[in-house]
Design a protein around this ligand. Sequence first.
Ligand code: 4NP
Length: 161
Amino acid sequence: MEKRRILFVCLGNICRSPLGEGILRQRAEERGLKHLVETESAGTGGWHQGDPPDHRSIAVGRSHGIDIGAQRARQLKVDDFTQFDLIFAMDRDNLRNLVQRAPHDSSADLHLFMDYVSGTTRDVPDPYYGTPRDFEHVFAMLDEGCGYLLDTLFGRKVRQG
Ligand code: 4NP
């Protein structure tokens, strides 16, 4: 099976997309698919370049056994459009931004994440000015979505027992 290169994109690359990256990497590993999934994340904005994820994203990840503390924010770059097969926008603003920036010869597929994984035009809402509950909600959407994504790309997990 072919390796898939998957990029998660949000605005700041400190709240939502770092969680998408960390969750997908961990869930892929748990399914024995580590060698088939390469994932990163980036922000459409560059204000947080080099920063660790927001402490609330680190905390919600940790509470679910996923460590994103070593990840560092970076801004989207033009090479991303050729380096990745699938680029997922967290919300419709991010998607508009991606579409505007994509070079004409871009080989990447650009999608709204929730549309790709559930067929619904829903945003993963920006939790930056929100509460820990909002971060839990983001985590749940991304975790469920990453499960569907892995099912879609690689087939359903073989359940044992
Ligand atoms: P993210 O959240 O796009 O999920 O990383 C945000 C992080 C920072 C800002 C906005 C959203 N900000 O305005 O700095």
